[in-house]
Write a protein of this length. Structure first.
Length: 601
């Protein structure tokens, strides 16, 4: 038996769901989505916080059903859906028993998907290291109860029993829910910072208020676990101490992990390991969420198998295909599209600041309007939001990103003084919007940027090592944009002034650099940093980018946030111009990748 954590989108993906039929095998899918709960909204009497219904689970189920039908040949009669009030505890367990267990046989493919709130309750049988069981919240979940049984949750232990009764089937269990209440950033279970609630995201967690847990909590010490049958492969959305969230997407609101999973799978035929890496990267570096998906098992033949291909089909697929005729010529390389960066302002949402006089707010708006790259908005979408108050003429405010990360700002005695403190953070946000558009959605070759250890959160003073993996020989430009809007050139550098690299994986700093006391260490000020790698098959003219001198350890372009023009705001535009010019040359190709890291005091 293996042990693996549940909820937070706990298990996902076993060797199944394939359009290649296996003789005698049937398909059964049970999809559950709960937007509305019988006993919500609910105000927790301990914390005073209010907890609300969700908006995304029904959308999640719709997308999942479309994926099963369009990509993996599930028929309408193969899929059963329970939504909202249909998804009570009793009905979920009854449908699981009748539809999945009794309605399937060994060799069949079984898929169970849950999208909704999750929670944690006191462990009753002593199998949890931290004293809590993970649980799903059905529609009739009761947050105020005397016992665990009265909460009407579905415990991880109960699901483990059900899954073991599916022995011999090919089982996929995917739950987009969570058990950790606050959205936090940290590493290895240690919390570095807490994120404030915003309109952009919502936690999929509900608290239980039982006598056993009122007035106190248990410190997380490891994974929350349950036993599951061996021979299965799982993709978990986050570590046990983290929170799964839902966000706004083009189709409406939905689970971040569900969307990332489907996006990573779209038009691709990856292995489980490749799918995990792509999904994790979308979560960490596109969505910038504090979720760390986990792959279990981490090694072995299963994770190297292509997703949605059961063992029988995988055996057939492993036979070598016949060689093409000698006259067949390879397809031409995919064209490399030049990027197109649109000029977009940073949208700053200015909330009411209690205590501020009308003249003070007018002065703040005038000072913000002087920043050509900033647009003040009141409603709708935003890139940053300003919260706080004015006390005795002093601005005491916080600048938040959509996820709720707060940038520290000193007290300011006027709107002009506040804007002076805000400007570097807003310049950073503007450049990030430019870099976000500098994308190669279908790269002709792959370059992957990673952080050694796959962490994203650090303390000031911590060291970091980047890993760049290239599929082919190319020229590398690696840039770090710090929280104050300054660019540091990480590669090329003093020790590698020629930025040509051979296919494979390199570390920065590598052993040669480290022997020369070259290291990358987080220094003040704390905050978010965006690291971008651009790989090209021909050398870019770095002098046009203002990056010609590499005698320093880290050549730096410093932002001028209050000025009409800034070297750092212009860098992304200059990179685009150079890529567009080079793309006119026959055979020129380029690729890119991004990671986002944060330092905390």
């Amino acid at each position: 038996m293996q042990r693996v954590s549940l909820i937070s989108l706990v298990f996902a993906l076993l060797l199944a769901l394939t359009a290649v039929p296996v003789p005698g095998a049937e398909r059964r899918a049970l999809l559950i989505g709960i937007n509305t709960y019988k006993n919500l909204p609910f105000k927790d009497p301990v914390s005073g916080r209010e907890f609300f219904n969700l908006s995304g689970p029904v959308n999640d189920v719709t997308l999942m059903r479309e994926m099963l039908s369009s990509q993996f040949a599930f028929r309408p009669g193969d899929i059963k859906v329970l939504l909202n009030e249909q998804a009570t505890r009793a009905h979920i367990l009854k449908t699981f028993e009748e539809w999945l267990i009794q309605g399937s046989k060994p060799g069949d493919l079984v898929f169970f998907y849950f999208s909704g709130h999750g929670t944690r309750v006191p462990d009753l049988d002593g199998d949890e290291a931290d004293g809590f069981d993970e649980a799903l919240c059905p529609h009739d979940f009761i947050p105020l109860a005397r016992t665990v049984q009265e909460t009407r949750t579905i415990l991880d232990d109960e699901l483990g029993v059900l899954l073991r009764r599916l022995s011999g089937r090919e089982v996929v269990v995917f739950m987009d829910s969570c058990h950790a209440g606050d959205i936090t950033r940290g590493w290895g279970g240690q919390v570095y910072s807490r994120m404030e609630p915003t309109a952009a995201i919502q936690s999929r967690f509900l608290p239980v208020n039982l006598p056993q847990v009122r007035g106190g909590s248990v410190r997380w010490q490891g994974k929350m676990q349950m036993e599951i049958p061996s021979g299965q492969i799982y993709l978990a959305s986050c570590a046990a101490h983290q929170t799964a969230v839902e966000m706004n997407f083009g189709h409406g609101r939905g689970g971040a992990m569900t969307f990332a999973f489907l996006e990573a799978l779209r038009g691709q035929h990856p292995t489980y390991r490749q799918l995990f890496e792509r999904t994790r990267k979308i979560i960490k570096d596109d969505f910038r969420l504090p979720q760390d998906p986990e792959l279990i098992p981490e090694k072995g033949e299963l994770v190297e198998r292509r997703v949605f291909v059961p063992a029988a089909a995988a055996t057939l697929a492993s036979k070598p295909e016949p060689s093409p005729p000698p006259t067949a010529s390879p397809p031409p390389p995919a064209p490399s599209r030049p990027p197109e960066v649109k000029t977009q302002s940073v949208q700053l949402r200015l909330e009411a600041l209690p205590g501020a006089a009308a003249a003070e707010l007018d002065g703040l708006r005038r000072a913000l309007a002087a920043l050509s790259y900033v647009e003040v908005v009141q409603d709708g979408r935003f890139d940053r939001i300003l919260k706080g108050e004015v006390r005795q003429g002093v601005f005491q405010v916080r600048l938040l990103n959509p996820l709720g990360d707060a940038a520290p700002l000193p007290p300011a005695k006027s709107g002009a003084e506040l804007v002076q403190a805000l400007a570097p953070h807003l310049e950073y946000a503007f450049i990030v919007k430019q870099l976000t558009q500098l994308r190669q959605p279908r790269p002709p070759f792959r370059v992957q940027l990673r952080v050694a250890g796959e962490r994203r959160d650090f303390r000031l003073g911590d060291k970091i090592i980047y890993q760049v993996e290239c599929e082919r020989n190319c020229y590398i430009l690696l840039l770090n944009l710090d929280s104050q809007g300054n660019f540091q050139v990480i590669f090329p550098n003093k020790y590698y002034q020629d930025n040509f690299v051979r296919a494979g994986t390199m570390e920065i700093p590598d052993a040669k650099m480290r022997r020369q006391d070259f290291e990358i260490k987080f220094g003040p000020p704390a905050g978010e940093e965006t690291v971008k790698v651009i790989a090209t098959t021909a050398r870019l003219d770095l002098t046009k980018l203002g990056l010609s001198k590499f005698q320093e350890l880290f050549p730096t372009l410093r932002g001028q946030a209050l000025a009409p023009a800034s070297p750092t705001r212009g860098l992304a535009k200059n990179i685009v111009s150079e890529l567009v010019e080079k793309s006119k040359q026959e055979g020129f190709q380029w690729s890119e990748d991004t990671v986002v890291v944060r330092s905390h005091p």
